[in-house]
Design a protein around this ligand. Structure first.
Ligand SMILES: Nc1ncnc2c1ncn2[C@@H]1O[C@H](COP(=O)(O)OP(=O)(O)O)[C@@H](O)[C@H]1O
Length: 194
């Protein structure tokens, strides 16, 4: 499938407002790939597809999680997390996307994970800071992203974790692991620079 057809297929899964967000993430992810030496084609593709099932009915996603062997612990956590794993499964099944790096970047774009690849980081950060985003702290994340991929993403995870704590919500453990791992990564990189 060519780029235009894949864009049309993606657009048809969601309302206009979500599509605008996706286009913002695509532009931002490609910019970040250029800035930090990532693969811009993979960044484009993963960003385009990252929210493929975001607007799907919860029941449809739940069925896929249960029937296709996706991590069952997802069902005990915020439904906002489901679309990332379900989306990776659907784009492989429906569109034959078989690049594991791209699929992982889609799968972990909401939660993060330990040992995030550069592509994982780029897509996750682009999702936090695309131009349509407006939440306390987003400008700080954008400033950090001018120079430091890991510090910017760490600030993103910290803001999500803070928000979840303030709301008294459960925290998907992978995000804590991602955050701790990233902190080590940031400290290691700082030491290397000094
Ligand atoms: N570790 C987590 N545990 C529980 N919920 C989470 C976690 N990380 C993210 N979320 C939920 O997912 C939401 C963000 O999901 P995201 O895919 O970025 O959606 P959107 O693009 O609509 O912001 C957060 O606002 C929060 O409700």
């Amino acid at each position: 499938m060519n780029r235009e057809a894949l864009m049309e297929a993606t657009k048809s899964q969601m309302p206009e407002r979500r599509w605008k967000h996706v286009l913002g993430v695509v532009d931002t992810a490609v910019e970040l790939a250029d800035r930090f030496g990532g693969d811009r084609d993979k960044a484009w593709l993963a960003a385009l597809l990252h929210d493929y099932t975001k607007a799907w009915p919860i029941e449809r996603m739940e069925k896929i999680i249960r029937e296709q062997g996706l991590p069952p612990e997802l069902l005990e956590h915020d439904k906002e997390l489901w679309h990332a794993h379900v989306g990776a499964w659907v784009v492989r099944t429906e569109h034959g996307i078989d690049d594991e790096e791209v699929l992982d970047a889609i799968r972990y774009h909401t939660s993060g994970r330990e040992g995030m690849t550069k592509l994982d980081k780029i897509v996750c950060l682009a999702d936090y800071m695309e131009p349509g985003r407006d939440f306390p702290g987003v400008n700080k994340i954008r400033e950090l992203a001018q120079h430091n991929l890991e510090e910017a993403l760490l600030a993103g995870f910290d803001s999500t974790i803070r928000l979840l704590l303030d709301k008294g919500k459960r925290i998907f453990p992978l995000t804590m692991l991602a955050r701790n791992d990233l902190l080590l990564d940031v400290e290691r990189r700082k030491q290397e620079r000094d």
